[in-house]
Design a protein. Structure first.
Length: 92
């Protein structure tokens, strides 16, 4: 899959477009931290690893920016627990 995760700050979300559908990771920024609040993968994309690819792109982007992260979203929190290379980003 060549699709890239992109930040859409106007809508406070990261997006991954695949086959005409868009998976999103919603966030808000507070106190200099990115708070990941909700992840949604359209039904037609489920079971293809799209959520994990989205999460990977989100955390890689935040790592590159040096942002601290609060993973309120259970999916994002679970992703980090399985990928400890991103654990240093967590703040709270």
């Amino acid at each position: 899959m060549d699709a890239q995760v992109v930040d859409n700050p106007d809508q406070n979300r990261f997006e991954l477009a695949v086959d005409g559908s868009v998976a999103v990771a919603q966030y808000r920024v507070a106190d200099g931290r990115m708070i990941l609040t909700h992840t949604e993968v359209p039904h037609e994309l489920s079971g293809r690893g799209i959520g994990s690819r989205l999460a990977q792109g989100v955390f890689e982007s935040l790592c590159a920016k040096g942002m601290r992260v609060v993973a309120e979203c259970p999916f994002m929190a679970a992703y980090v627990s399985r990928h400890p290379q991103f654990a240093d980003l967590l703040d709270g």
